[in-house]
Design a protein around this ligand. Structure first.
Ligand code: PLP
Length: 373
């Protein structure tokens, strides 16, 4: 199996750890262990009581219960905890796909949603979200791409990096499409709990047995360092993941499983804070984009904490992003990792003061370029 280098991860390796201001990540501001303990009342005795043993293959009972109650209509049999949704993507695709299968995948896409299927030898068919239509998904277009050879549809809503989302009506149309064909839907719901002014959609795995839902502690919960994600699916599908899991990671750490379970049980506290911060940042971003309309062209996202703007006159944003990283101490992600050279992924989940400062520095860098041209 040959996996290409992921341009997005290469960029993050170069700039994520060495920049003071994060305008590029796709999650909310992370919590420290101390903050988590204070907010959720996690005591030292509680942590001391955790045996650093293996966890069960499907995840410990408390974590599976917490995930099921929040996302799987209470059914723990339909939950497997994984090492981030990254592991879930890998094992699900390897279990359900074979070389030669046709896979319709949202485009642009987070890298492993395409690279894993491609490495298996599948034929990828892009379902395009187009800048001309504000990246609005078109289910009619998707319907036209599905053929009797299609074995999987891969969707990610709210979408990284555009922030596009489906309406409930479109979601129902998608499920009807799945029902009418011999295929699986992989529904990457990494940003499910980050929607702006809309109700979150249910996980499709609770509505159809050929739907597989993926989730994570990395985005809305601000806990990527737990490396806890999950896969929601019919028990027969989860059983097919076990041999892959046994060869990859065996299980998740009981320590981070415990933290993830406590965070899910106390979700309202964690989410309220970070959603409020992201929503204030989004208002600031809208104002900033309005004030700098000659320099920025964007579509306001419906969900997630990223937007995918372009800068008129900048055909390839890589130099700009490199300059921001090296000279201005700001992480901004070039669109090349998503197949759009002229765009950037701009994350608005971070700390408010830093976010504001990041926008100031970005404006300065854009204005300087304008003068230099
Ligand atoms: C759409 C999407 N899916 C999956 C992942 C993987 O996240 P993790 O492995 O941290 O759960 C990411 C990370 O950015 C993502 O954006």
């Amino acid at each position: 199996m040959h996996l290409p280098r992921a341009a997005l991860e290469d960029w993050m390796r170069d700039f994520y750890f060495d920049t003071a201001i994060d305008l590029g990540s796709s999650g909310v501001q992370c919590w420290s262990l101390g903050e988590l303990r204070r907010l959720l009342g996690i005591t030292a005795e509680e942590l001391d009581g955790i045996a650093l043993d293996d966890s069960p293959s499907y995840g410990g009972p408390a974590l599976r219960r917490a995930i099921a109650d929040r996302f799987a209509a209470g059914d723990t049999d339909r939950v497997m905890a994984t090492h981030g949704s990254t592991e879930a993507i890998f094992v699900v695709m390897n279990a359900l796909l074979s070389a030669g299968d046709e896979v319709v995948v949202v485009d642009p896409a987070y890298h492993s949603l395409t690279s894993v299927a491609e490495a298996i030898g599948c034929r990828l068919v892009p379902w395009r979200l187009r800048p001309e239509t504000g990246f609005r998904p078109d289910i009619g277009e998707l319907r036209a791409l599905v053929t009797p050879r299609t074995r999987m549809i891969v969707a990610n809503f709210p979408h990284n990096p555009t922030g596009a989302h489906l309406t409930r009506e479109q979601f129902d149309e998608l499920l009807a499409l799945v029902d009418g064909h011999d295929l699986h839907l992989v529904w990457d719901a990494a940003f499910a709990e980050l929607v702006h002014g809309h109700e979150p959609l249910p996980d499709p795995s609770t509505l159809h047995d050929r739907c597989v839902g993926l989730g994570t502690m990395s985005k809305a919960y601000g806990l990527p360092g737990t490396r806890v994600g999950w896969c929601l699916a019919a028990p027969e599908i989860l059983a097919r993941l076990v041999p892959l899991r046994d060869a990859l990671t065996i299980c998740v750490s009981p320590l981070t499983e415990h933290l993830a379970a406590r965070a899910l049980d106390g979700a309202d506290v964690l989410l309220a804070d970070r959603r409020a911060q992201a929503s204030r940042n989004l208002e600031r971003l809208e104002e900033w984009a309005g004030d700098n309309a000659d320099l920025v062209s964007w579509t306001r996202p419906w969900g997630g904490v990223t937007a995918f703007p372009a800068f008129p006159g900048v055909a390839d944003t890589e130099d700009l992003c490199r300059e921001l990283g090296r000279r201005h101490d700001v992480l901004l992600v070039p669109g090349s990792g998503f197949g759009h050279l002229d765009r950037v992924r701009l994350g608005f989940g971070g700390a408010e003061d830093r976010f504001a400062e990041g926008l100031t520095r970005l404006r300065k860098a854009l204005a300087e370029r304008r003068v230099a041209c």
